[in-house]
Design a protein around this ligand. Structure first.
Ligand SMILES: [Zn+2]
Length: 299
């Protein structure tokens, strides 16, 4: 019999992706489309069913072990509910896991996207071989997931690892969650882009990283400040979880090579000596971490 395969589904605010993944984490087929983010849950479920039909074309039903689905939180993964996803219209108190399982007709597991990506990086990416890791994704927001003592941390309702909403500045910048001073409000790609627009003519983070690489002073300063904000949150995560490694994913992690010195300087300043020697490394699976991590939940 052919080797078993799992379906990975990643519902993002911008793109929804599906892939066929084997036990070793390798992708056998992958397809994506722009998310019908404003059209409501049923439209997104239809998009998922269409993507799954494409990636499973020619694969026998017996070969498929099920589908792992990840989605931005907060989700109650113990009940399979979306509780109120800011980037997806009407994803409020709906049984999203049941809706997708019905459309696909197969066993399914739902996971918060940061937790799924942490799982992917732990099993197949930059965290492989470690029993303790913190995964942080820095893009539109700041998300994450934690592996501790060789187990994926879920917490109450499966919501552990929402690292972007730890407060680093009382009464600070307004966060997308409504609170003030969250790490996300300073360290996200959105916050970085806002500072870039206020201080320079660069188009966004990618342009600033390119200019910093060429030694331009304003760009270097913007990158150093962004790295410092990342270092502040990472220092707290070192104290909280004592990971073997911190894995950084998301678009802003593309500039890690330019930021790592300033991140380490902040860790030296903020972390107690015993916590300072933990490596901060780029994600190994890139934008597929959630897809692969969600699929791997089915094995
Ligand atoms: Zn927040």
């Amino acid at each position: 019999m052919a080797a078993p395969l799992a379906i990975g589904i990643d519902i993002g605010g911008t793109r929804v992706r599906a892939a066929l993944v084997d036990r070793s984490g390798a992708l056998h087929a992958r397809h994506e489309t722009l998310t019908a983010a404003q059209a409501g849950p049923q439209a997104v479920v239809t998009q998922i069913a269409d993507l799954v039909a494409i990636v499973t074309s020619g694969v026998s039903q017996e070969q498929l072990v099920g589908a792992g689905v990840c989605c931005p939180g907060p989700l109650d993964t113990t009940r399979g509910y979306a509780l109120g996803v800011p980037t997806l219209a009407e994803f409020i108190d709906i049984p999203i896991a049941e809706m997708i399982a019905e459309a696909l007709g197969m066993p399914l597991r739902l996971e918060n996207d940061g937790v799924a990506a942490a799982h992917g990086e732990w099993r197949f990416g930059a965290g492989r071989g470690h029993d303790n890791l913190v995964y942080v994704t820095v893009s539109t927001g700041v998300g994450g997931g934690v592996v501790t003592d060789g187990r994926l941390l879920h917490g109450r309702k499966g919501m552990a690892g929402h690292v972007g909403h730890m407060v680093i500045a009382p009464d600070g910048e307004r966060c997308s969650c409504g609170a003030r001073g969250c790490w996300e409000a300073y360290a996200s790609g959105t916050a970085f882009a806002r500072r870039i627009a206020a201080r320079s003519g660069y188009a966004g983070p990618a342009a600033v990283f390119a200019a910093a690489g060429a030694g331009e002073a304003v760009a270097l300063d913007l990158v150093a400040q962004q790295a410092d904000y990342l270092g502040i949150g990472i220092s707290s995560l070192l104290h909280l979880y004592s990971p073997d490694v911190v894995v950084l994913g998301g678009g802003v992690a593309n500039g890690l090579g330019l930021m790592v010195t300033a991140i380490r300087t902040r860790i030296e300043a903020n972390a107690m000596p015993a916590f300072r020697d933990v490596p901060v490394v780029p994600a190994g699976l890139g934008e597929n971490a959630g897809l692969v991590g969600a699929a791997a939940l089915m094995f």
